[in-house]
Each structure stands twice: as structure tokens, then as C-alpha cells.
Design a protein around this ligand. Structure first.
Ligand code: C2E
Ligand code: CA
Ligand code: CA
Ligand code: CA
Length: 277
């Protein structure tokens, strides 16, 4: 029995070792990708209730050797755990600013949304780096939106509040991403200057089958209206969802119904076409 136990441990150990090796390999690949600039931005358009494109959310992609693009699901956690997210984010932010600068001069209603992870927000140089890059590209502050999750904001409330106040003083917009999924109290909305709420796609997904989700969405939209905060529905996939959301007074929409995340070149060709709502 003793031997058998030892054997089990040996197998168990080798499984762990295998996992650790796979992880290490991926970490190396992520470093390499960062050095070679293989992370890229795709953009998913956002529309208002009249069907005009009002902006786009930058979403990270990792281009593989075969040309395919990998979504962040499989690697974002490791980027965050290793802290690599900080350098990758700045690299991509710079690139997005460069691309959007001239686009925004031609299209006055378009703004850029960028996801900020906790690691980036808590970085001591977050504000100064951000400002430096924006000024370098003469990027208009009021046409940048930073998306932060409730989870990120409540990790260090004092720091978050300080940073959000500064961002707001500069005219940069802040939105709450995945809204409704954090279990934090809503009172923070009073303390944080928030420009938009992005209603999480899990609510939108089931809204036409699940009465509870519909009621929750209604409440979130009403709350936005009362607090004078723009409401954005993410993950809108079909016309029935869109119709309901428009009827409930939701302000803006994003999802596969309108467009998948696309390359910058594709975004440019799509920017002026009106979505028929
Ligand atoms: P997120 O910020 O909530 O982004 C929305 C995700 O939903 C994107 O996945 C997008 O492709 C997907 N999506 C858009 N429309 C639909 C739809 O109609 N239906 C469904 N089912 N999904 C839809 P993606 O690009 O794989 O990104 C996943 C997450 O990775 C993002 O969630 C965000 O948390 C993170 N992420 C992506 N890019 C960045 C980045 O540059 N920096 C940071 N810190 N995080 C990023
Ligand atoms: Ca987001
Ligand atoms: Ca989201
Ligand atoms: Ca999400």
C-alpha cells in the first residue's frame, strides 16, 4: 500500500511538473510576443440608438505564426499574473492612439475605449504614462474612455478614487465594465465619477428567456438615467434583444449583431455606414 501511495504521488508530481512546464513555455512565448510586437488591437464598434457608430473598444489579439489571431481568454490571466500586462498594455495603447488620432479628426463623433486591468491601474506610473502618451499624440482627452471592472475598482478604493478624480479632472471618461457581475455595493457609484455603465453580456444573453435578467437590466438602465450615467449594453447578438433594449431606454449598444471585433482597416471602412435600428 505504501508503494502504491508513493507511485500515486510520483504520477501526481509529474502532472504538476508538466503543467508548470507548459505554463513556463507560455510565459516565454508571451515575453517573445511582446518583444516582437505580436500583440495587436482589434476594434469592436459601439452604436447609439439612431444607428450611428459612436466609438470602438480596443480588444487585444495575439497573432500566431500561422497568421491566426488568438483571443485573450487563454493568455490574459497569465499576462496579469506575470505583470507583463503592464508593458503590453502601454505598447498597445500607444498604437491605438496613433491609429485613432487621424481617424478621430475625420470623424468627430468617434471615441476610443480601452480596457484597464488592476495591475495597470495600481502601477505607480499609471497617470503619468497615460498623460505622456496622450500628449505625445495630441490625443483629445475627452474622446478617450477607460473601461474598468467593479472588481478592479474595489481592490484599492482609496487609490481608485484618487485616480478616477484625476482622470475626470483631465476630461477622460471612465466606464464600469461587466456591470452587474461584481458583488460590490452600488454605493461606490456615488463616490466614483463614472461616465458609463456597460451592462454585462450575461444579462443580455438571457434577457428574452429570463424575466429576472430583463428586470435587472431595466433597473440598471433606470439607475443610469437617474444618476445621469450613459448605459451601454454589451453582447447584443440579435434584433429582439436590441429592440427590447431600445424600448427600455438603453443608450448605446455593442455586440455581434452590429459587428465582431475587427481590424483597424476594416473599422475605417465600416465607420460611416448607418446601422438600421
Ligand atoms: P470585455 O472587456 O468584457 O470585452 C468584451 C468581450 O466580449 C470581447 O472578448 C468581445 O469579443 C466579446 N464580445 C463582443 N460582442 C459579443 C457578443 O455579441 N457575444 C459574445 N458572446 N461575446 C461578445 P475578447 O476580445 O475575447 O476579450 C475578452 C476579455 O479580455 C475582455 O472582456 C477584457 O476583459 C479582456 N481584454 C481584452 N483586451 C484587453 C486589453 O487590451 N487589456 C486588458 N486589460 N484586457 C483586455
Ligand atoms: Ca471591456
Ligand atoms: Ca465587458
Ligand atoms: Ca468580461
Amino acid at each position: 500500500a505504501k508503494d502504491k501511495g508513493r507511485n500515486t504521488y510520483a504520477i501526481y508530481d509529474s502532472v504538476i511538473e508538466h503543467k508548470a512546464q507548459a505554463r513556463l513555455k507560455l510565459v516565454n512565448q508571451l515575453h517573445e510576443a511582446q518583444e516582437q510586437g505580436r500583440f495587436e488591437m482589434f476594434y469592436q464598434p459601439r452604436y447609439d440608438a439612431q444607428g450611428h457608430m459612436v466609438g470602438a473598444e480596443a480588444l487585444m489579439r495575439w497573432q500566431q505564426q500561422d497568421g491566426d489571431y488568438l483571443k485573450p481568454k487563454t493568455f490574459i490571466e497569465l499576462l496579469e499574473d506575470t505583470g507583463l500586462i503592464v508593458s503590453v498594455s502601454w505598447q498597445l495603447f500607444r498604437h491605438a492612439c496613433e491609429q485613432f488620432k487621424s481617424l478621430m479628426e475625420r470623424h468627430k463623433n468617434i471615441s476610443l475605449s480601452f480596457n484597464v486591468s488592476a495591475r495597470l491601474l495600481e502601477h505607480p506610473e499609471f497617470l503619468s504614462r497615460l498623460k505622456y502618451i496622450l500628449d505625445e499624440y495630441k490625443f483629445p482627452y475627452d474622446r478617450l474612455e477607460l473601461e474598468l471592472t467593479e472588481q478592479t475598482l474595489i481592490q484599492d478604493v482609496t487609490n481608485s478614487q484618487f485616480i478616477l478624480n484625476q482622470l475626470t479632472a483631465w476630461g477622460i471618461n471612465v466606464s464600469i465594465d461587466d456591470f452587474g457581475t461584481g458583488y460590490s455595493s452600488l454605493s461606490y457609484l456615488k463616490n466614483f465619477p463614472v461616465h458609463a455603465l456597460k451592462i454585462d453580456k450575461s444579462f443580455i444573453r438571457d434577457m428574452n428567456e429570463d424575466k429576472d435578467d430583463l428586470e435587472l437590466i431595466k433597473t440598471m438602465i433606470l439607475m443610469g438615467q437617474n444618476l445621469n450615467i450613459t448605459t451601454v449594453a454589451e453582447g447584443v447578438e440579435n434584433p429582439a434583444q436590441l429592440q427590447q433594449l431600445v424600448a427600455m431606454g438603453c443608450d448605446q449598444f455593442q455586440g455581434y449583431l452590429f459587428s465582431h471585433p475587427i481590424s483597424f482597416t476594416q473599422l475605417e471602412t465600416q465607420i460611416e455606414s448607418l446601422f438600421d435600428i
